[in-house]
Design a protein around this ligand. Structure first.
Ligand code: SIN
Ligand code: FE2
Length: 210
């Protein structure tokens, strides 16, 4: 038994600048913040440029928010649903993102976006590259909360197939280096129940947009 695992979380290198930090995040505190934040900027199903409603419900906090609309993807300081600025990023979120990035070797990360995703049972996220950021040298820090999901990590194209990684409550994935521009997605979420939030999975992705 490793007595230190509770003190110093493991960092698992996934290759090409991607890392998994199992159980790194305090999900109870994150759930409380998500509840507070989404009372101000509610979850909504955005429309893709192709005219489809996204399965994943989304909101944001931070200086910028990521928005999908019929006109395209963009970052904006204003929530189009409320007409108000996105809620400020909680200090605890900033600290979590910085500490996770540092643990993976990316020090100095200052996120200006936190995209908040909500998945129900059966919800999937199609493979994509995060490429709407002006500044692409900073990593993406992705935090999982609630019921598990299978994260698919492809390469610079989708043709080589994916590595499937099960993400549990509190796990953090970091995409930096070459993997920053790798395709990734979420397989349809399997039925499960979290004692606090029910049959839901939340995901926070911290980004540096500008
Ligand atoms: C994303 O790629 O934006 C979200 C990934 C996840 O939900 O784990
Ligand atoms: Fe993504």
């Amino acid at each position: 038994m490793d007595l230190f695992s509770n003190i110093r979380p493991a960092v698992e290198a996934l290759g090409d600048g991607a890392f998994l930090l199992p159980g790194f995040a305090d999900s109870d505190a994150i759930i409380a913040e998500i509840t507070r934040l989404t009372a101000r900027s509610p979850f909504r199903h955005m429309t893709t440029p192709g005219g489809r409603k996204m399965q994943v419900a989304m909101s944001n906090c931070g200086r910028y928010g990521w928005i999908s609309a019929p006109t395209g993807y963009r970052y904006d300081t204003t929530d189009p649903l409320t007409g108000a600025p996105w809620p400020a990023m909680p200090t605890a979120f900033v600290t979590l993102a910085k500490q996770a990035a540092s643990a993976a070797g990316y020090s100095g990360f200052e996120p200006d976006v936190c995209l908040i995703n909500r998945y129900g049972v059966g919800t999937r996220l199609s493979p994509h590259i995060d490429q709407d950021e002006t500044e692409k040298s900073w990593p993406i820090v992705s935090v999982s909360v609630g019921i598990p999901a299978t994260f698919q990590l492809f390469g610079p194209t989708r043709s080589g197939g994916a590595r499937n990684i099960t993400l549990h409550d509190g796990d953090v994935i970091i995409l930096g280096g070459k993997a920053r521009m790798y395709y990734h997605g979420i397989r349809p979420v399997a039925a499960a129940t979290d004692p606090r939030i029910g049959a839901l999975r939340y995901n926070l992705t911290f980004r540096r947009a500008r």
